[in-house]
Structures are given as structure tokens and as C-alpha cells.
Design a protein around this ligand. Structure first.
Ligand code: PAF
Length: 286
């Protein structure tokens, strides 16, 4: 496994791989890897000859009051996990190379970046779209794998790839959960034992919403209210949003016909957690 820090070296390497007729799968990450990331890597590994993982905590996607400074970082641990997962190249660029002095070019995916997390994290998806586009230019992948846990992020990236005619296949991978249902996230490391217990209400409430739909409820407002009540009962929880919306446009729904996206963001203590599920009228859901 190779670790490449230099952006020009990454581009040259990617070019050489492509010229040799091999395909590149790419998993962009901000590091502090967990089993969810490893699942994305396995999906990439199965689909291409060369697997590249980037580790870059992207300053452009954090707000001024967010956890950029304290975001967990451990390159040694991440490298060992990547080696075990069969990664060929870790791309670990420096922030000053990605955003050199005088940097002023950003990508804005207009509608999909608003609503849900976009309303609470202004500029977040502009930062995500920009860095992902830049990483695509540097790593030159044939395909890239993203987790469905960040559902809105995945929608923004798919839209950007379509709108900019990028010749890259985007693979969405189902959310990986702990055995008790908690969606895996690098930020789970911030939770103490009591908060972690409270955090289980998120996945529980998604299941509850699925049950409601299956039993005939079709009104988004009533589903959202039930989910809010379940989460609010747990100590240390503060809901940012609970929304039942259209799975593609992410726009508000007046009524659920067959399926919908239920997306939520909740602060548990000081930790902001997100989760989502496609809820359907069919038994068992997704
Ligand atoms: O999902 C993440 O870890 C980040 O948003 C990403 C896609 C690596 C961009 O910084």
C-alpha cells in the first residue's frame, strides 16, 4: 500500500493506472475509519482493479462553530485498517494544497443543498461538492462509493456528477449499523455511555415510522410527530429536524404514496447525529 500526500503525484499515479488499462475505485473519507468505511472499501475493491481511499478532513464543509478542530484524526490507525482492507493507495493531501492561498472556486448544487442538513449547516454541501469534485480530478476514478447514511450528501454528489457530465459511476452503499442499531459514524466516539443509550432512539424511531406506514398511516406530519416524541423521551436529546420527504428531490411531501425518505438530525449531548431510512408501505420496508 502506498501513501501519497502530493497532489501532482496522485494525478500522475492515477494517469498511469488508467493508461495501463486498469480501473480505479475511490472511497473519499475524512478518516477515523470504522466498519462503515470498511464496507465501502470492500464494495470498491470488488468493482475495480485499484482501490484509492482519501483521508482529508475538509475545512470547507465545517461551519465556524463546528468541530473541525476536534474532529478525530489518527492516520496510523487508519493506515493499518486500510492495509488490512486491501487498499492500494491512501491519498492524504494537505489542506494548503487543496485550498492554496487565493482559492476562490466553489461548486454549488443549488436545490438539493437546501433543506434537511443544508438548513442547519449553511455552506456544508458547497464544501462537500467542492472537495469531492477536486478529489475526483486528482484521483481520476472510474467509480466512487458513498454511504447512504449521508443521504443528502449522496443526492448532492449524484446531481453534481450528472450536471457536470463527470464520467464517474456513483455507488451508494447501505448504512452500516452497530448490533444495537446505532448507525456507524466517526462522531459516535464523542458519545458517553448514557448518550450512546439515548442515541439508540434514532434507529428505533425509524423502525417505528416504518411500522406506522405499514399499518396504514400516510400523513407525513403524524409520522414526524411520533418520531419526535420517541426521540424527545430520551435524556440529552435535542432534535434539529425530522422530515418525511421525497426520496429523490428531498422536497416536502403532503402524503406518502408508496415510499418516502425519513431523515433526521439530533443532537445527543454535544454530538450531532444523523440517520435516515426509506420507509415504504410494503411490509419490512426498504
Ligand atoms: O462523508 C464524508 O466523510 C465527507 O463528507 C467526504 C465525502 C469525504 C467529503 O469530505
Amino acid at each position: 500500500m502506498e501513501i501519497i500526500n502530493d497532489i501532482h503525484q496522485m494525478q500522475k499515479k492515477a494517469e498511469a493506472v488508467r493508461n495501463s488499462g486498469k480501473t480505479i475505485a475511490f472511497v473519499p473519507t475524512m478518516g477515523y475509519l470504522h466498519a462503515g468505511h470498511l464496507a465501502l472499501m470492500r464494495a470498491g475493491r470488488q468493482r475495480a482493479d485499484v482501490l484509492v481511499v482519501s483521508i482529508f478532513v475538509n475545512p470547507a464543509q465545517f461551519g465556524p462553530k463546528e468541530d473541525f478542530g476536534s474532529y478525530p484524526r489518527d492516520l496510523d490507525r487508519d493506515s493499518a485498517l486500510c492495509r488490512e482492507a486491501g487498499v492500494d493507495i491512501i491519498f492524504h493531501p494537505a489542506a494548503e494544497d487543496i485550498y492554496p492561498r487565493g482559492y476562490q472556486t466553489y461548486i454549488e448544487v443549488e436545490k438539493l443543498s437546501h433543506g434537511l442538513c443544508g438548513d442547519f449547516r449553511p455552506g456544508h454541501f458547497r464544501g462537500v461538492a467542492t472537495v469531492v469534485a477536486k478529489l475526483f480530478h486528482l484521483v481520476k476514478p472510474h467509480l466512487a462509493v458513498f454511504g447512504q447514511k449521508d443521504y443528502q450528501q449522496l443526492a448532492v454528489i449524484r446531481r453534481m456528477v450528472a450536471d457536470l457530465n463527470l464520467d464517474i459511476e456513483i455507488v451508494g452503499y447501505p448504512t452500516v449499523r452497530e448490533t444495537d442499531g446505532l448507525a456507524m459514524s466517526s462522531r459516535n466516539t464523542y458519545l458517553n455511555a448514557a448518550e450512546r443509550q439515548s442515541a439508540l432512539a434514532l434507529s428505533r424511531s425509524l423502525e417505528q415510522a416504518q411500522q406506522m406506514l405499514q399499518e396504514g398511516e400516510r400523513a407525513p406530519g403524524r409520522i414526524e410527530q411520533a418520531v419526535r416524541e420517541t426521540i424527545s423521551r430520551e435524556p440529552a436529546t435535542e432534535i434539529e429536524y425530522v422530515r418525511v420527504c421525497h426520496p429523490d428531490s428531498l422536497s416536502e411531501l403532503k402524503w406518502v404514496e408508496n415510499s418516502a425518505l425519513l431523515a433526521l438530525a439530533v443532537r445527543v449531548g454535544k454530538t450531532r447525529l444523523i440517520d435516515n431510512r426509506i420507509i415504504t408501505t410494503k411490509p419490512g420496508g426498504e
